[in-house]
Write a new protein. Structure first.
Length: 171
């Protein structure tokens, strides 16, 4: 597992939606990432551990409206709760990034500009179903399927979506 110090070992949690208190899944994921980071540091490998919050999107807007707050006020409130909890738990992350920070916005702009210039991103369209709660996107054929997909639909009702301005990524 030792990479001989050539490249740092990089571990990141998902960037959590700060639309409410952290839940057990958030804590579990962060602790697991912390264990990985500590292990690689014990091996003497340069290690970088990142966590943070995703403060944009429909999920945040709806949660803010439900609390009669602006999305930024909601993000400020709960991002602090996440960061404070990680400190209280002794999580050893090297950085906590918020997608509303200018350093994040500038980095994303540079990456997207490079991808646009190379033709890796193009404007497309999408017709299908999705839920705001899980940010799940499914093909229409999958939605009418019974079985596992039926369970997802019962838990998170799907909304029909038509987007003529969605960006696609060539991978």
């Amino acid at each position: 597992m030792n990479n001989n110090g050539n490249n740092p070992y990089y571990v990141t949690t998902p960037i959590y939606y700060p639309n409410g208190e952290p839940h057990l899944g958030s804590v579990y994921t962060t602790v697991i990432c912390d264990v990985l980071a500590r292990y690689h540091r014990l091996l003497g490998e340069p290690t970088y551990f990142l966590t943070g919050t995703d403060e944009h999107g429909t999920k945040m807007a709806k949660a803010a409206a439900a609390e009669n707050a602006s999305p930024q006020a909601l993000a400020d409130k709960y991002s602090k709760v996440f960061a404070d909890l990680w400190e209280e738990l002794g999580i050893t992350n090297d950085d906590f990034i918020r997608t509303s920070e200018s350093r994040h916005k500038q980095a994303v702009q540079k990456i997207v500009q490079k991808m646009l210039a190379s033709g890796d991103i193009y404007l497309g369209s999408y017709e299908g179903a999705r839920t705001v709660r899980s940010v799940l996107v499914a093909e229409i054929a999958d939605v009418v399927d019974e079985g596992v997909n039926r369970l997802l639909i019962d838990i998170c009702p799907l909304q029909r979506a038509f987007d003529d301005d969605i960006f696609a990524l060539l991978i």
